[in-house]
Design a protein. Sequence first.
Length: 584
Amino acid sequence: MSKTRRTSKGPYRPTRDPQVLLLVGIVVAVVGLWVVGVMSPATLAGGESSPVFPFGDQSEDGQVSVSVNASTVSPGESVAVTVSVDRRPRSGASVVVAGESHTTGEDGTVVVSLAEPGTYDVAATGPDGNRTASTTVRVRRYETELVVSTPRGVVTNESVPVRVGRADGGPVSATVSVAGRTVETGGDGVANVTFDAAGEYEVRASRSPTDRYRFVDGTATVAVDRRPVRLRVAVNESAPRVDDPVAVSVTRRDTGAAVNATLSVGTRTISTGADGVANVTFAEADRVGIEVRANRTPAVRFLAAETRVDVERIPVNLSVWVSPNPVREGERARFVVRRTDTGERVAANVSLFGTTYATGSDGRVSFPFHVPGDATVRATKASTVRERYRSANSSFRVEGPEIVLESLSVPASARANDAMRVNATLSNAGTADATGDAVVVVGSRTTRVPTSVAAGETTTVSWRVRTPDATGNVSVSVAYEEVAATRTVDLVDSEANESTATNESTATNELTATNESTATNESIAGRESTVPNELPTATASSVGPTASARGERAPGATSARETPRTAITDASAAFSATTPILRE
């Protein structure tokens, strides 16, 4: 059977027992005092705080605590360490920092200097040597700023050295950041960076802290210009002709890549395509300059380039047509100059026997020819800014006889009203037979005789003609075709018993050319105008060639051994009747 403690007032309860309540109160008081001593913070200089234990070791002599005026200081700064016993500063206490021992003064404080970065333990020992307390002090790292330097004249797409160094010393390895990219330097503090586009950039250098140093980022601003690139211009034909297309290509000199460029050709502006090629034509012959330029890009500035092209004239062949061909002596020949490519008539120049004559605007010119033989006409035309004309030659023949009186002989004297012999040697240097009448005039008596000389032949003829009924010196004239010559004979009385001395000598090299007539207006079929013995004046429709410097005879001219054919006409006009010709 259980027993229950009872009092006079009822059953026993611990919560009502005075002894139990006293013991509980003592325990709570002791725990409270301990908590207050451990958790109370010590306020330090600079607003920082660090736990300060009111005692490091408790004994019946009191509680030891240590406090500092700053828990974090810079290198070389001083720290005031205070040692207290039961919250009262205590002199004579020992303070050990970084292996060095210090003793507090009357105010319980000792000043300690810390030079190197790091975290230091501060240990304090009470005067009795049995009670201790401790705290910590952190010395900040040395702080240094990074310095960034870049060269001047930075351009795109070229390696740029960025140098990083300490403000208080030499180069240092770091991380360089620019335009969203990062590059690590080497041990020499150099990092090579490039820029893709022109502009202004911030270059930043940073480095992680070490045990002793903390680095402040360094920055620099670099201005980047566009890199200059020369253009190259090339043509597929250095000597094109007028109107021929020329392909002009533009490329970069550094890479050879095609460039979309603008060409300046004289007053014209022409753009290439994306392939850098443009086709250019030239309207005139000249030495033409081509300058090329291109718009800059974000990275490149193009330098202009130029070249020159020698544009040549278009060659045009000429032709010259002669009509009629052959030309009969005394007739007018017409010359027509044309372009062979189009057949178009063109104003030009024609040259004959060393003399040049201009055609009309229709390319035509004409004039008569009076000297038989082969001839060549040359057609030329001055070049224009577009075309170069090539000369043309055409050969033709003037057909007709060309008589040369090689010799003429008459007697020194003859009887009047009697017969007399006249001897002549005739050559035909022409291209046709001569079939005209030879006219022999003795004083006032004229005789006509049909005479033929084949082309290229020489013929000697002998005529006996009647002398007039007169005495004294009379002239004897012989005319055939274009030539004529005169001699003198002494006519004597026919009843005199004088023998007639005949002079058969021939003065072949002393023939005297005579011209006893003036210009007549005879009409020749096929001629537009004829002015005998004179060279026609050059015009667009009627031109007469003159003698060349080589001694050639132009049509219409006479030689030293000839007289014009009009002398024959005048001699024939002297006939009143035909006198018979006497031959042996």
